[in-house]
Design a protein around this ligand. Structure first.
Ligand code: ADP
Length: 372
């Protein structure tokens, strides 16, 4: 198969016209083309106010890139340099119960979307996301997992899936499946090792494509493994996606808890219910003797959850098997479904399901306004 180069993609884009009538290949809006083993990613930098006019250009650019011989997938994102209104400092928090402004992203086929977030990386957010998804599956729900951690997509590694998604109607991707979960990750489209530099608006654009342009469902729950941190991209996601709730992961160390506090505050500020806090690596279980050591002084996250007035969903031990299994593409809920570690994740899944049902219940109780 021909080697795809950036130049080949660029010349294919000469056939696409921008709203100003200029070939896209010559337009200053064309911000960056990344080609890795047949996968093309490119972004078009536009003025936010003209997003509508550019949407058809985006579609045409994707089709043109995909038509280049050797290209297996193409993802084109519209990016805006101007920070979205949501990300500007200082918008007053909406009144409790007020309709959330700008929840622009609806995901057909999915009943509830929950975000799994952490204030910083490396706390076990992705490992929790997949095991939580599996735990919910075992409670009888139809579950999907979206890897929105586009800085470091880990679902391909955690799920052992590496195929490329297939397209149904030239544009919509079919989610991949393993362990009875529907899966989508930017890692299925771009190599995991590819260094990617994403500016804030590009992050949201890529995530919104993976929400809207994937044929999800029908699903009861879509678990979203969020990018770590509480920057603009995370805030925009929390604000634009109709989230049923957020799960915050923290380790017991003080510093991680400070970050977790920021995560809780971020979701509360945009009226996303906090389903609760999970303490990961809460205590160490010795793989040899089974003895338990509380190396970080266990219980900090539970106390912090109480202090913040949000539910505590449970704690997960720090255990070699969790790391070994998940890094081998076998989440502990699949590898040792009846083990103690799987049990810890299952307990969290039960709490999350109950919290979701409570959240749905209180939404139903909200007064209905009838216009005659
Ligand atoms: P994040 O998504 O927060 O960056 P990951 O889920 O990728 O974190 O976890 C980081 C590393 O820690 C991985 O190698 C993972 O296998 C390991 N890990 C996560 N949770 C546990 C745990 N409870 N016990 C042992 N290792 C864990």
């Amino acid at each position: 198969m021909a080697d795809v180069t950036e130049d080949l993609v660029r010349s294919a884009l000469a056939k696409v016209r921008t709203p100003d009538g200029v070939p896209l290949s010559a337009s200053p809006a064309l911000a960056g083309i990344v080609v890795t083993s047949g996968k093309v990613y490119l972004s078009i930098n536009i003025d936010e106010a003209q997003a509508r006019a550019w949407e058809s250009v985006r579609g045409a650019a994707e089709a043109a890139a995909r038509a280049v011989p050797g290209v297996t997938s193409a993802l084109v994102a519209l990016t805006a340099e101007r920070r979205p209104a949501a990300a500007r400092p200082g918008p007053p928090p909406a009144a409790p119960g007020a309709p959330a402004p700008g929840r622009a992203i609806e995901v057909p086929g999915v009943k509830s979307i929950i975000a799994v977030a952490s204030g910083k990386g490396g706390v076990g957010k992705s490992t929790l996301s997949i095991n939580l998804a599996l735990g919910l599956r075992d409670l009888g729900l139809k579950v999907g997992l979206l890897d929105a951690d586009i800085y470091g997509p880990s679902v391909p590694r955690l799920s052992g899936v590496a195929q490329k998604p297939t397209l149904v109607d030239g544009k919509t991707m079919l989610p991949l499946e393993n362990f009875g979960l529907q899966l989508m990750s930017i890692g299925f489209l771009v190599e995991e090792e590819t260094p990617m530099i994403w500016r804030g608006p590009m992050v949201m654009s890529a995530i919104s494509q993976m929400l809207r342009e994937v044929k999800w469902g029908p699903l009861d729950v879509l678990v979203v493994d969020m990018p770590p941190g509480t920057g603009d991209a995370q805030l925009t996601m929390a604000q634009q996606v109709n989230l049923a709730g957020a799960v915050i992961v923290s380790t017991p160390q003080d510093l991680a808890l400070i970050d977790a506090r920021r995560g809780v505050a971020m979701f509360q500020r945009v009226n996303v219910p906090i389903l609760g806090v999970v303490e990961n690596m809460a205590y160490f279980v010795c793989p040899h003797c089974g003895g338990r050591s509380e190396i970080f002084g266990h219980g900090g996250a539970r106390m912090e959850a109480e202090r913040l007035g949000v539910p505590f969903l449970g704690d997960i031990p720090l255990h070699m098997r969790i790391r070994e299994m998940s890094d081998a593409g076998l989440p502990v809920l699949v590898a040792e479904p009846d083990g103690a570690e799987a049990g810890a994740y299952r307990a969290v899944a039960r709490e999350v399901k109950a919290a979701l049902e409570r959240a749905a219940g209180s939404a139903r109780k909200a007064p209905r306004i009838v216009i005659e």
